[in-house]
Design a protein around this ligand. Sequence first.
Ligand SMILES: *Cc1c(COP(=O)(O)O)cnc(C)c1O
Length: 216
Amino acid sequence: MDIEERCRQVLEEVPRSVTVVAAVKERSAEEVRAALRAGIEHLGGNYVQHLEQLRPSVPEPAQWHMIGPLQKNKVRKALRVVNWIQTVDSLELGEHLSRRVDPEAPVRVLVQVNIGREPQKAGALPDDVPELVQGLANLPGLRVRGLMALPPQPDTPEDSRPYFRRMRRLLDELREEHERTPRLDVLSMGMTADWRVAVDEGATMIRLGTTLFGPR
Ligand SMILES: *Cc1c(COP(=O)(O)O)cnc(C)c1O
C-alpha cells in the first residue's frame, strides 16, 4: 500500500472529531505531500531544522506543529515554521515564546505532561500542570489549548490506557478551574501503537507516523 492509501484508510477509521497530526520525522517532502493529498491537514515535526527544510518544499496549506523538544535558542526559528507547539513544559519556555511571537499571529500551545513520571522524559509533572497552565494563559501571544503526552513505551496498546485516562482527568480538572480560558479543548495523545485506545479515552488529537508512512 502506498502512503496515500494508508492515510486514506486511517482517516476513514478515525472519528471526524479527532485531528490526525502526521508525524513527519525523517520523511521527505514527497512523502509528506502524498499525505496531504490523502486529506491530512496537520503535520508535526520533531526538529526545527527538518521543518525549515521541509516547509518550502511543501506548498500545500497545512497546520504545522512542533512535537519534539524545543530548545530556547531555537524558539525564534520554530515560530517561523509552526503554528502549534505541543511541547511546552515550563513557564520559562512559555516566556521565551511570548517575547518572540508576533502578537498578530499567536501561537497555539499544548502543555506536555510527563504522565508516566519518567525521569528521562520531557514534560511537566502532573502536579505542576495546573499552575503552569495558569501562568501560560497569562502570557501575550500564546493560546493555551490543552495537553499533550507521550506515555511510557507500551508493550500492548492497553498498557497506555491508564495514562490516557489520567490525562483525560487532568484536562477535565483544568477545564473546571479555567472556565474563562475559552478553548482548553485539545488532548494530544496516541501514536501508531495505541491510538485506538487513546481515542477511546478521549484524545482529540493523535500523532501518527508509522501507520501513515510505513516503517522508518
Ligand atoms: C514519532 C512520533 C510520533 C509518531 O510515532 P509513530 O509510532 O510512528 O506513530 C508521535 N509523537 C511524537 C512526539 C513522535 O516523536
